[in-house]
Design a protein around this ligand. Structure first.
Ligand code: AMP
Ligand code: GLY
Length: 423
């Protein structure tokens, strides 16, 4: 069949890398894609939320399956757009419906869902401009640090963790009355701070059954020791060593099963990934957030460990036949290191020529912010590429990635040298 992936990051290059290996894939398209997907698929320069252009492409190229990478088209209802269109309704869309995507699109909705289905998470209350004073009073009942979350999508910037009460009150006011994060902060969730170590669990569901994919941990800050500004993610490892069988059992019983049951009971159409951000407090898992897609760079360590044919898994998801599916997971660990443009996550230059990719041995390079310029691969984003390796443990995998990174160059290249430092 012909397949289309929406997106242009390392996540989408990893999907593409796996999908072209499937015997069920005839032609693969990526919109808009990057220099990495260009070498294995056909890139089409269409925006991920340009539904009319996507429709035209799907009809022109006889596309049977659409795999949605990022959250924006899901939150804007790409799944529902396909189901409501007579010419598109039989196309298999991998991703949740708009109602399902609200689990990421609205933090308040996600918290209500968790409360409704008894899923452990931080205590919270939600406020709007009208209830600003009540929000300030609520902050007074909490102890530092204070966690403020813009309700809507804010490109990963909408969460503030503040040490002092006066600052927290000011920021709350800025979010609610000055729309610090635009419409995304018309509602703000204030929640209890949870102190622990984070990890992520990924679930593939058809809305009734599920398979739990390998765990991963990403490193979000730009600086070593997890200091400095937040980024989209600077590296990741899978599996997470502290997520042993006993802890995974708690995650499955207390979080994954109730989440999928909740989706089923609420009759939400959901044929895609759930990315559950977790925090381990003492010996217990709590949900920090839901995302309705795979993570980036977590995908770059999770998918390379899955031996199943990904298109077969997606077909089962689409047909609601995921029940009894067994995942075949590589026992090797995976690690990835993200190479970024100097200056990122603040301003940075683009158009830098990347060299050395042909010399990489024993790692896979997943492109993110790259484009093709004549015969060259040039940078076109902050996160440029992720260098993934597999080995007996994540430390050995990292050694291979770091060894290969020595061979890759572009002007002002930056990366973290301490991925996995806390494990
Ligand atoms: P989110 O966008 O909800 O994932 O939040 C971004 C980051 O803020 C998370 O990855 C955590 O590191 C942190 N965070 C969010 N909520 C909490 C909380 N309740 N307690 C402690 N840290 C949190
Ligand atoms: N790496 C975090 C995310 O994809 O949201």
């Amino acid at each position: 069949m012909n397949i289309l992936i929406l997106g242009n990051g390392g996540r989408e290059h990893t999907f593409a890398h796996k999908i072209v290996q499937s015997k069920h894939c005839d032609t693969l398209f990526v919109a808009p894609g990057n220099a990495g997907t260009h070498t294995i698929a056909t890139n089409v320069n269409i925006g991920v939320t340009d539904f009319d252009a996507i429709k035209k492409l799907v009809l022109d190229e006889d596309i049977d399956m659409v795999v949605v990478g990022p959250e924006a088209p899901l939150v804007e209802g790409v799944f529902d757009f396909f189901k409501a269109d007579g010419a598109l309704k039989n196309v298999k869309v991998i991703g949740p419906s708009k109602r399902g995507a609200l689990l990421e699109g609205s933090k308040e909705r996600a918290k209500e869902f968790m409360a409704m289905h008894n899923i452990p998470t931080a205590a919270y209350e939600a406020f709007t401009a009208k209830s600003l004073e009540a929000g300030k009073k609520f902050l007074e009942t909490l102890t530092a640090p204070y966690v403020l979350k813009a309700d809507g999508l804010a490109a990963g910037k909408g969460v503030l963790i503040l040490d002092d009460l006066a600052t927290a009150k000011n920021e709350l006011e800025d979010m609610l009355t000055n729309q610090k994060f635009g419409a995304a902060s018309e509602t703000v969730v204030i929640e209890e701070f949870l102190d622990g170590i984070e990890l992520s669990v990924f679930v593939l569901t058809d809305g009734k059954s599920h398979v739990t994919l390998p765990t991963a941990k990403d490193y979000k800050r730009i600086g070593e020791g997890d200091k400095g500004l937040n980024t989209g993610g600077m590296g990741a490892v899978s599996p997470v060593p502290f997520a042993d069988a006993e802890f995974m059992k708690k995650i499955e019983e207390r979080i994954v099963i109730p989440t999928v049951d909740g989706i089923r009971k609420e009759e939400i159409e959901y044929k895609g990934f759930i990315f559950i951000g977790l925090i381990k407090v003492g010996d217990d898992p709590y949900v920090i957030e839901y995302n309705v897609r795979m993570g980036d760079p977590e995908t770059e360590v999770v998918l390379p460990r899955i031996k199943n044919d990904l298109v077969e898994l997606f077909e089962k998801v689409s047909a609601e036949k995921l029940e009894d599916t067994q995942l075949d997971v590589d026992t090797q660990a995976a690690a990835t290191v993200m190479l970024v443009s100097g200056g990122y996550p603040e301003s940075y230059e683009k158009g830098k020529v990347v060299t050395g990719l042909g010399e990489v041995r024993g790692s896979t390079v997943f492109h993110a912010g790259t484009t093709v310029d004549g015969d060259n691969v040039v940078t076109s984003g902050g996160r440029v590429m992720a260098v993934t390796s597999l080995a007996d443990d994540f430390k050995k995998a990292l050694e291979t990635s770091y060894g290969n990174i020595e061979k890759i160059t572009f002007d002002k290249m930056n990366y973290r040298k301490d991925i996995g430092f806390d494990l």
